[in-house]
Write a protein that binds this ligand. Structure first.
Ligand code: COA
Length: 162
């Protein structure tokens, strides 16, 4: 398993993994699949060192990706980031998410972030477990913050100080 910086050639695989999550999971609050054009703009916005975009590669295939995005756009939030991790659905539970999040934590520290957040739908047990075991604490709970697949969704805010 190799963890490396994402390249333009990975975008189709990244998008396929994410679009599967959009259509099938509450893990993301996106509801419309992303086009390759949108992905390219997103890729460009993650070339800043502070907001790394990485992939997990296994036998030459992208099997997961992770990124840190700005937590919120206003400038005083500039030392805060938000994690996103998506593993290909046939590869869950094999440690890929753990590898990706460990690397994101290292990069966030190196890139001078002060804290990172995981914003996680409250029944996403694997993501909650993943963030907890790497030192994130539950610091907040928002009721009914999302509505997808015809139901209201609560979210847990998890935080790690760097
Ligand atoms: C959440 C996700 C990133 C975790 O990645 P993964 O590669 O499957 O996770 P890992 O194999 O590294 O396991 C992480 C921990 O979660 C636990 N876990 C895995 N699946 C679980 C489940 N269904 N319920 C509870 N815990 C689970 C593992 O036991 C492991 O803990 P351990 O090392 O103490 O045993 C992955 O499942 C995924 O992409 N899910 C869909 C998208 C998503 O939810 N992204 C996160 C958005 S906040």
């Amino acid at each position: 398993m190799l963890i490396r910086k994402a390249q333009l050639k990975d975008l189709a695989d990244i998008n396929e993994i994410y679009n599967h999550a959009i259509l099938n999971l509450t893990a993301t609050f996106d509801e419309e699949i992303k086009t390759s054009q949108e992905r390219q703009e997103w890729f460009a916005s993650h070339q800043d060192l502070q907001y790394p975009l990485i992939v997990a590669e296994d036998k030459g295939e992208v099997v997961g990706w992770g990124t840190i995005s700005p937590f919120r756009p206003r400038t005083a939030y500039r030392f805060s980031g938000e994690t996103s991790i998506y593993v290909r659905n046939d590869m869950y539970g094999q440690g890929i998410g753990t590898f990706l999040l460990k690397e994101l934590i290292i990069l966030a520290g190196e890139n001078n972030l002060h804290t990172i957040f995981g914003i996680i739908v409250d029944d996403n047990n694997s993501s909650i477990k993943l963030h907890s075991k790497l030192g994130f604490e539950k610091v907040g709970y928002l009721k009914g913050a999302g509505f997808k697949f015809n139901r209201w969704l609560d979210i847990i805010i998890m935080q790690k100080m760097l």
